[in-house]
Design a protein around this ligand. Structure first.
Ligand code: EAX
Length: 324
């Protein structure tokens, strides 16, 4: 490029002579509700690294914390936020089909859950997001949820009776705790710790990684490893933003989403392996060896209602799913 043209270009770009003109950089913001060093944070960071590297920096991913999942989903839906990583907690209020995956004791174990979500069953539910103004990009993982409370050891379903338990804003979970005789109190994650500190609720339920990452041991004395429900998570994005991606950039975007899924799931596995011991070390009273069949028997009325109110055929496909 001749000196004249460089001068003209530099003047046009108001850049100091000799500076390389900066290419246009597309910003993508992802918000999630947990500490940046959590299983959601691991996924978000892996997404950022993968997409920025694959596009040579043409994309810049900004990661932010926002502990109100319903608000983040609403922001993605109206386009003021590009993407969120969220549990399925409030998602069923936007995409009802997702509620099928919130049924207690539906998934046998983590391998069953991950296999179903990555199969045509889970992909089919992701397709139901677009008609609702959302893009369900990929399934992530929150983990199996366990019960904590500040009042007493919970060894059997009868011990749950009368406990005020914070639940997510999730009708499937609320029905389950009602059936057990608890008083389910739905609220956003942002309100949880103050409610536990003030005694507005006695207990809550969350996966080990969430309990550890948020130091819930500081406001909860008793932990019972109920594993009463598997909590999927999701990367949800704004459809218009996805639609603006070129074919090549969409390929890079989906590769970054898969990198996020791997990092997130690996971190959940690691946290679940070490988290219970860590919570014991922090002073929690941990009840293990819970009789899951007793909890399932106590939930029978709720299961009968789920068969009627949810997609019974889909629930049967999930239960029958086996790895190839
Ligand atoms: O998604 O609200 C909850 O209990 C969720 O498990 C938490 O926000 C992580």
């Amino acid at each position: 490029m001749t000196l004249t043209r460089r001068l003209a270009l530099a003047a046009a770009l108001a850049l100091p002579l000799g500076a390389a003109p900066a290419f246009a950089q597309t910003q993508i913001t992802i918000q999630h509700p947990l500490p940046l060093n959590s299983h959601y944070g691991a996924g978000a960071s892996a997404f950022k690294e993968s997409l920025e590297a694959a596009t040579g920096g043409r994309y810049r991913v900004n990661i932010q914390r926002n502990d109100n999942e319903r608000e983040m989903i609403e922001s993605v839906q109206i386009g003021t936020l590009d993407c969120t990583i969220t549990s399925t907690g409030p998602v069923g209020n936007f995409v009802p089909e997702v509620r099928n995956f919130d049924v207690p004791f539906l998934f046998r174990d983590t391998a069953h859950a991950r296999g179903v979500l990555d199969s045509e069953i889970g992909q089919g539910v992701l397709q139901r997001f677009n008609p609702r103004g959302l893009a369900g990009v990929i399934w992530l993982e929150n983990g199996f949820r366990h019960l904590t409370n500040s009042r007493r050891e919970v060894n059997a379903p009868a011990d749950v009776r009368g406990l005020k338990v914070r639940t997510m804003e999730n009708q499937v979970h609320m029905r389950a705790f009602q059936t057990l005789g608890a008083l389910p109190t739905p609220m956003a994650f942002s309100e949880l710790v103050p409610a536990l500190q003030q005694g507005t609720v006695d207990g809550q339920e969350n996966p080990i990684p969430v309990i550890v990452a948020n130091n819930l041991n500081q406001v909860q004395r008793f932990l019972t490893l109920t594993g009463h429900v598997y909590s999927p998570a999701l990367l949800i994005c704004n459809p218009a933003m996805m639609g603006r991606l070129s074919a090549a950039d969409r390929t890079a975007f989906m590769a970054a989403a898969r990198a996020a899924q791997k990092a997130n799931r690996d971190r959940v596995s690691a946290d679940e392996a070490s988290g219970v011991e860590e919570l014991r070390r922090r002073g929690m009273n941990v009840v293990t060896g819970v009789d899951a069949t007793a909890f399932q028997a106590a939930l029978a009325p709720a299961f009968a209602e789920y068969e009627r109110s949810l997609d019974g055929a889909l629930l049967r496909r999930v239960r029958d799913w086996r790895p190839n």
